[in-house]
Design a protein around this ligand. Structure first.
Ligand SMILES: Nc1ncnc2c1ncn2[C@@H]1O[C@H](COP(=O)(O)OP(=O)(O)OP(=O)(O)O)[C@@H](O)[C@H]1O
Ligand SMILES: [Mg+2]
Length: 311
């Protein structure tokens, strides 16, 4: 997979404050890449650097192989950005806002009107399409800004807190829309969010940031393994296991700990590849297995563990 975004030692100061501190990462085509981290961690600054809205203090950044500062127009023609505080033309209707941005982004004339209507419908704004954007509620403005970011069918989408301020139904709809853009249309999405459930659902990989640095970067499973170096597997049994099973199981390669709670045997193994032979041993030792469940660490657990270690 080719990298569509590539940062090498990316650093940005504001005065003496290091907002982004030596970030190195690559985002591959078609993936949903999440940037997580507390307020002021440097997420938005990173997005602005990638889009050529800010110059790096040092390090390099490439988007679609281009330099976003020198070739900003070419980058922005292929990227859609939902900023933290989207600015819309308040005195224009939602439809006219989109028509105007469509022209700016060179959406073909013969396709523009239909695409604007489709986006308005997609974001649930058709009925209010002719109302002035200035009279929109916060969530409606957010939806209009999302429609604007998607209008020119960009290859890469930058979504800074896309569901902030949306009602639960609209938030779910936007989450599904992002999922669909990624899986069905192969778009690359960079998502900044404080909503860890949303991130868990959408992101292939995440960077967990703090004070401009990436504390960790990878798939949630990779991060969990780096943090805990083990996996707990719950093995539900039909009948109480024979006593010998415990002592024997503790001697199996890769097994670190064994516990029994009622009919559930909890086995801690040091890696995923220890699970099959551990389960086979449980069966061989007389365990009547009904179900095997490796415990997944949630992104929320991972996030808090990383932030805790960083304190
Ligand atoms: N234009 C600016 N001028 C001065 N300082 C800035 C500017 N933009 C960002 N900063 C500082 O850089 C740091 C990172 O800010 P940034 O907006 O990237 O954080 P963030 O991770 O997006 O946070 P949030 O979750 O609150 O959106 C903060 O300390 C912020 O005050
Ligand atoms: Mg931000």
């Amino acid at each position: 997979m080719p990298a569509v975004i590539q940062a090498e030692n990316l650093t940005r100061y504001f005065g003496s404050l290091k907002a982004v501190d030596g970030l190195t990462f690559a985002v591959e085509a078609g993936e949903v890449f999440g940037m997580l981290g507390p307020n002021g961690a440097g997420k938005t600054t990173t997005v602005r650097l990638i889009n050529g809205l800010l110059a790096p203090s040092s390090g390099t950044i490439r988007a679609l192989g281009l330099d976003p500062l020198a070739q900003g127009d070419r980058v922005r023609a292929q990227t859609g950005v939902l900023t933290e505080t989207p600015s819309l033309y308040e005195r224009l209707s939602a439809r006219d806002n989109l028509l105007l941005f469509g022209k700016l982004y060179h959406v073909p004339k013969d396709k523009l009107a239909a695409r604007v209507d489709a986006m308005l419908a997609e974001l649930g704004l058709s009925e209010r399409a002719n109302d002035k954007a200035g009279g929109y509620s916060k969530g409606m403005k957010q939806r209009l800004a999302i429609a604007r970011a998607l209008l020119h069918e960009p290859q890469i989408l930058f979504l800074d807190e896309p569901t902030a301020g949306l009602d639960p139904e609209a938030a779910r709809h936007v989450t599904e829309l992002i999922e669909q853009l990624s899986t069905e249309r192969g778009r690359t999405v960079m998502l900044c969010t404080h909503n860890l459930t949303e991130a868990q659902r959408l992101c292939d990989r995440v960077a967990v940031m703090n004070q401009g640095r990436a504390l960790a970067l990878g798939t949630p499973a990779q991060l969990a393994h780096e943090l805990w170096r083990s996996i707990w597997v719950d093995i539900e049994l039909r009948t109480p296991p024979p006593d010998a099973l415990f002592t024997n199981l503790r001697g199996v390669a890769g097994v670190k700990e064994v516990k029994l709670d009622k009919l559930t045997l909890a086995v801690q193994v040091d890696a995923e590849d220890a699970i099959p032979h551990t389960v086979a041993q449980v069966a061989a030792l007389g365990g009547q297995i009904m179900r095997v469940n490796p415990r997944q660490h949630s992104l929320e657990e991972i996030y808090f563990e990383l932030q805790k270690q960083n304190r």
